[in-house]
Write a protein that binds this ligand. Sequence first.
Ligand code: 3H9
Length: 615
Amino acid sequence: MDQQAGPLRQERHGAVLVLVIDAPPVNALGHALRAALWQAIEVAEADATVGAVLIRAAGRTFPAGADISEFGQPPRAPQLPDLCDRIEACPKPVLAAIHGTALGGGLELALAAHARIARADAMLGLPEVTLGILPGAGGTQRVPRLIGAEQALRLMLTGKPVPAAEALALGLLDGVVEDGLEVAALRLAEGLVGRRLTATRDRREGMRDGAAYQAAVAAARLAQAGARLPAGARIVDCVEAAQLLPIEQGMVFERAAFADLVATPEAAGLRHAFFAERAAARFPEAKAEARPVAQLGVIGAAGSDLALLALQAGCPVVLVEPNRPQLVEALERIAAAQETAVQEGRLTPAARDADWERLTPALGAAALADSDLVLVADAGLLAEAAEAAPPGAVLALTGRGALPDSPRASDMIGLRLVGGRLAELAVGPQTAPEAVATARAVARRLGLLCLRAAAPGGIAGRVMLAGRAAVTHLLAQGEAPARVAGALRGFGLPQLAPEAAAEAPETGASAGRIIAQVLSAMANEGARLLERGIAQRASDIDFALVAGLGFPRWQGGPMFWADQRGLLILRRDLAEWGQEAPEIWAMAPLIADLAAQGGHFADHAAQAGSGQKDA
Ligand code: 3H9
């Protein structure tokens, strides 16, 4: 009988037991799913009527990895590496059928099966390094056995997934189908009934050329020398161990490396950054429908960088600047940026010409009559833009100022480019949800990450400014520039480091104090943004700094830094330093409140965090 409850469904098709993983949204291999898979394999092994097992997934993807939210908690049996070993040890053939993104532990699960088939549009990868860890469910041992050290290291060190066709060519897959994966997989499984396939652990295709294997390991080790994060070097060690040690010992070696890495502060920071990015994608306006945008208007020569992004994204653009010399300069800036892109091979001359075809320069705002969204890069031209843009067109102000009172307030939103990658969307009390959805859709089309802020916005910039003010104060108090620069560079914030003649990496107590003073100023400013409701969640502030201004991802962000250190310590420090320079360190009341409750900024985020992610 078919069983339908829980994260795993079971179906019988003749002698084939089909295990359908069903743990939305991404079928992450959390405890309940692992336990259900373990149990199902035990039953399949014991049941004489089962001749083969097929593992596939419902929903959008084959498992996208271990459940990252379980990291940092005590492990619960069955652990993923044990489950993979259990599957591999099953005397009946186990086939994995992959669609979507088989990532990390998901791919490792598939590699423990005895054969793998995938849909042509599937992507396979080992992105663990981006979380500061390594494939810890046998990946470092099984992958090089199949595809050799060079390709295995490429997958694990870049973390970039590869398409199914490439995975097939590499030897990670046994077959690819355009569509009809379920039927094709079932047919394949039926053909495997009664057969005994070689387990991945016993395969050696990737190890035939021992010298090439060693050379790839040596080259990767060299490339990792001096790396800031430890995961890369540990991956190289594990891949080397795959060649040198019997697999059982290789697995133990991998497990120890995984345990070390997952416990590092860098991995915790990277996990925080991962979830902060996803939380930031939750907008209260998620259900609102974006208005269609066929033509983008830009008014003000200062908007030339956004105009360029829009052109690159294939969008028709009207660029308005009433001052002719400024208009010419803006066009020259666009042309020069395109020229550089052509010279660097990032843009073909034909694409450049097509971009140029889509650009309409104009001196008068009347040219905006067909623009569905107008980026207002000069607040002095807002009235003209509001008059010329058609009803329903969104007016997105790119400057720092507040959103003005206007009969078109419901169409108005702030859209500030931060560091070239992030768009902060400053939502006013009257901004219509559809205007938010439209601005967000446009920003994404331009290849930007988005963060919602309440107007007047300016999250990343303000927090960075607070850090800068702290640096300036330290220098004014006589702190040696070399010392400050060394400490900040050591932390990963070279953009805050002052110019210094000789600069030694600064460690020890004094570096700790410098970092604490700068980061406390930033967290304090972040707390003010939370108090005023400008930032929705503390993790949004971290996301803004990481995505927009190059705050080191492995440090998580200034709010995460403060939470890790403890708000009681932050309160103590601010109480002291606030006396010295209240304009920088005078404590935000939220910090005192949270500290008194033994709380964290993350708790505040949980209370305030609302909204849903859109599709
Ligand atoms: C690993 O596998 C370690 C093993 O080697 C060893 C273990 C011993 N866990 O990104 P989205 C959530 S490490 C928990 O917006 P998309 C995510 O937070 C793992 N949750 O969707 C979000 O939740 P919410 C290696 C996860 O379509 C929701 O799912 N794997 C996980 O833009 C949707 O996510 C990775 O690093 C997870 N593993 O992109 C892959 N993954 O809605 C990480 C996602 O509450 N995942 N969530 O905010 C991804 O790269 C993308 O999520 C993916 C889908 C490409 C799959």
